[in-house]
Design a protein around this ligand. Structure first.
Ligand SMILES: Cc1cc2nc3c(=O)[nH]c(=O)nc-3n(C[C@H](O)[C@H](O)[C@H](O)COP(=O)(O)OP(=O)(O)OC[C@H]3O[C@@H](n4cnc5c(N)ncnc54)[C@H](O)[C@@H]3O)c2cc1C
Length: 427
């Protein structure tokens, strides 16, 4: 089977095969198809079971600090001894995990943060604008709203740190309000808040991920993109510095250009293609609740608890935890209890029930060790473009990644610098 053979008309730009149908793969397919490529997307699932679906739906220019930042290592060590903590590092004797951990520690410093912040922010700002464009083109049935995100702090210490971050954000051009308890209550008047204070990142937005994904899938079909579910890429054939064939459980595929996404599985896929892309899955959980009865106006991050709340179509999606460990599909109830019990500490009227296991979604954030995306053309495989590793902000960055993939594919200048995002920087 060949992606070449599926159409008789020769498109002007040739064929592209996108591996992975999460937000990064679908957004890539969208911008590539609009440019005139003949696009095929293969996914080993049915396009609905990926990390993008269950995410908290936050569009986050506020997240200009990479996960690898000063203080995270010490904080992580403290959290190791708390079974309900928002962070879990499950040590594994695998060499790749040790190597990822060492690289992560090597990047958790101020110099790395200062260097990376403007680049991450530029990508997020681009994405936010592209989301507006998508809402205009696809119709905003995916609930894109620009109300900002509240960073709620219980303690004075966390508040001071958030105020410091807000100052940095303003210096980078973001609009942020600093709110004391009373001001906070005015912004979110319908629920009782038990917090010391908050910052309000006005340039952040939110949306409903499943609606976004299904609208994108519909639009891709209209654009003539071929979507192939239940097809797992298992290997690559390389010849003269190019990928000539993709091997799958469902036959062989070929295309002029290959775009590798794959989320938390990008590292494994890259290894099969013969390049090194360190990746760690960061498992997280989310569930929906109608407990807030439509009263919550703003998405919020509960800073000390690292829990996210996002209003979505009358309900609220609550998500959190970061388990850095080899992929496993167990629901760790203690971690979910940690999320559930954090909510009334901030919203004192809302004591939530532990959700049934069948209603707890889990997904794997694709985490690079330096907290930066992998985005750009491979230096060793000339027809390969990589897009992934966006960790906690893959939904936010998806459209920008897709747009840049399309620009790289046609050798155009990327809309924003991808200098720090070289997919083979750890080779
Ligand atoms: C609890 C939680 C909350 C989150 N909240 C937010 C948020 O508010 N905002 C935000 O920006 N981000 C958020 N994220 C992170 C975000 O969800 C991810 O960064 C993003 O979804 C990654 O998108 P992706 O396309 O790279 O990967 P995915 O969405 O995981 O898609 C990868 C796809 O590749 C396919 N695939 C893998 N291997 C193969 C193979 N061998 N062959 C074929 N197909 C393959 C998979 O089936 C999958 O469909 C959250 C994550 C979690 C866990």
């Amino acid at each position: 089977m060949s992606a070449h053979n599926q159409s008789t008309a020769t498109p002007p730009l040739g064929s592209v095969l996108v591996v992975g149908g999460g937000i990064v793969g679908l957004a890539s397919a969208y911008y590539l198809a609009k440019d005139g490529w003949k696009v095929t997307v293969v996914d080993r699932g049915d396009f609905t079971g990926n990390c993008s679906y269950g995410s908290a739906g936050m569009i986050v220019p506020s997240h200009f600090t990479p996960l690898a930042a000063p203080g995270i290592v010490m904080q992580g060590i403290k959290w190791l001894f708390d079974s309900r903590s928002p962070f879990l590092l499950r040590p594994s004797p695998s060499l790749s995990m040790i190597s990822w951990g060492l690289k992560f520690m090597g990047h958790a410093n101020e110099k790395h943060v200062t260097r990376s912040a403007p680049h991450i922010l530029a990508l997020n700002n681009l994405s936010r604008d592209l989301y507006d464009g998508l809402a205009a083109k696809l119709g905003n049935d995916f609930g894109l709203e620009h109300r900002g995100i509240l960073m709620l702090c219980k303690t004075e210490k966390a508040f001071e740190e958030e105020v410091h971050l807000a100052e940095k954000a303003r210096a980078l051009g973001l609009k942020v309000d600093v709110l004391n308890r009373e001001q906070m209550q005015t912004v979110e008047p319908n629920v009782m808040l038990d917090v010391f204070g908050a910052t309000h990142f006005l340039s952040d937005s939110h949306l409903y991920p499943p609606a976004l994904m299904s609208l994108l899938l519909q639009r891709l079909k209209q654009l003539g993109v071929t979507l192939i579910p239940h097809t797992e890429v298992t290997g690559f054939v390389r010849h003269s510095g190019k990928i000539t064939k993709l091997l799958t459980n469902n036959g062989e595929y070929s295309a002029d250009t290959v775009v590798l996404t794959g989320g938390a599985w990008l590292g494994q896929l890259a290894r099969k293609a013969g390049i090194t892309i360190p990746m760690m899955p960061g498992k997280g959980y989310s569930f929906m609740t109608s407990a807030f009865e439509g009263k919550l106006k703003h998405p919020a991050l509960l800073i000390e608890a690292r829990v996210a709340l996002t209003p979505m179509g009358g309900q609220v999606r609550i998500g959190g935890t970061m388990e850095l460990a080899p992929i496993n599909h167990r629901i760790n109830r203690k971690r979910v209890e940690g999320i559930v019990s954090a909510v009334p500490q901030y919203y004192s009227e809302y004591r939530l029930q532990m959700p049934d296991e069948k209603n707890i979604w889990h997904g794997f954030r694709p985490c690079s060790p330096d907290g930066l995306p992998y985005l750009g053309r491979s230096k060793s495989i000339s027809n390969l473009i990589v897009a992934g590793g966006m960790g906690m902000m893959g939904l936010s960055l998806g459209p920008a990644a897709g747009k840049i993939v399309s620009e790289v594919a046609r050798q155009a200048k990327p809309s924003t610098s991808i200098q720090l995002f070289d997919p083979e920087r750890f080779n």
